[in-house]
Design a binder for this molecule. Structure first.
Ligand SMILES: [Zn+2]
Length: 115
């Protein structure tokens, strides 16, 4: 049932890593014009590809796989204890970006864990 799955590295012309994807389709993003080189590694099945992909992202931190964005302070000040930016909701433990990053890290760790 399982089909081969790729992990794809995208580099700019200075060979700095832009993005690591899990598809041979070009990512739909404004920075694709910067892509100068790609590298593909194929895996027999999805779990192995996902685990490798997640470990590569944690290790290499490609420019465009990062999710955290700066969000400017808004009226009503509830600083996030993690990053100091403003929380969107007073009673949330962290701001949305930190919560998203926490969820993402857990997701990556789960994928990276040996099956
Ligand atoms: Zn935060």
């Amino acid at each position: 049932m399982s089909s081969p799955r790729p992990v794809v590295w995208y580099y700019d012309r200075t060979m700095s890593l832009l993005f690591i994807g899990r598809s041979t389709n070009m990512p739909a993003a404004p920075w694709t014009a910067e892509i100068a080189a790609t590298k593909v590694k194929w895996f027999d099945a999805r779990p192995a590809a996902d685990a490798f992909w997640a470990r590569q992202i944690m290790e290499k931190a490609p420019k465009h796989n990062k999710q955290i964005r700066y969000h400017p302070p808004v009226h009503g000040s509830y600083p996030c204890p993690k990053c100091g930016n403003q929380k969107e909701r007073q009673h949330a433990p962290y701001c949305r970006a930190c919560t998203r990053e926490y969820t993402r890290q857990r997701y990556l760790k789960k994928l990276a864990a040996p099956a």
